[in-house]
Design a binder for this molecule. Structure first.
Ligand code: UDP
Length: 140
């Protein structure tokens, strides 16, 4: 199976509760390697651009508020089948529907404050990695 890269974020609800290490450990335990990582407090402009695909959805305003309410840890993860594996470890968007043992089942507070983001496919992975990182910041 091919080695892939995907983009991950530990969202403000999780960094505020000091869960960066616990969440990263779950990703690493699943076989994913952190090949880039930085802590950012995103601006409204960055949040609106990053989530532009959702701009017409009713939850967009709340999403931007939540994502700018504290620090986020943005990461690039590498591993076999990394995109699907990360989505599996994250769990369903709504923590009430997430499987046992997933990050969202374990830590998420609500559908809006659901602790992590992960790219949903190869194209978005490339776009999202480029949005936050330059090539020299990624060290495999
Ligand atoms: N979201 C929300 N309410 C909804 C659906 C989504 O607040 O009804 C937020 C939530 O934080 C989610 C993000 O918007 O993680 C992006 O939604 P998407 O459907 O892409 O889910 P994900 O890929 O994060 O599981």
């Amino acid at each position: 199976m091919a080695i892939e890269r995907t983009f991950s974020m530990i969202k403000p609800d999780a960094t505020k509760r000091n869960l960066t290490g616990a969440i990263t450990k779950m990703l690493e335990d699943a076989g994913l390697r952190v090949v880039a990582s930085k802590r950012v407090w995103m601006t409204r402009r960055q949040a609106e651009a990053f989530y532009a695909v959702h701009k017409d959805r009713p939850f967009f305003g709340e999403l931007v508020e939540t994502m700018t309410s504290g620090p986020t840890v943005v990461q690039v993860l590498e591993g076999e089948n990394a995109i699907a594996k990360n989505r599996e470890v994250m769990g369903a968007t709504n923590p009430a529907e997430a499987a046992e043992g997933t990050i969202r089942k374990t830590f998420a507070l609500s559908i809006g404050e659901n602790s992590v983001h992960g790219s949903d496919g190869p194209e978005t992975a490339v776009q999202e990695i480029r949005f936050w990182f330059s090539e020299t910041e990624i060290v495999g």
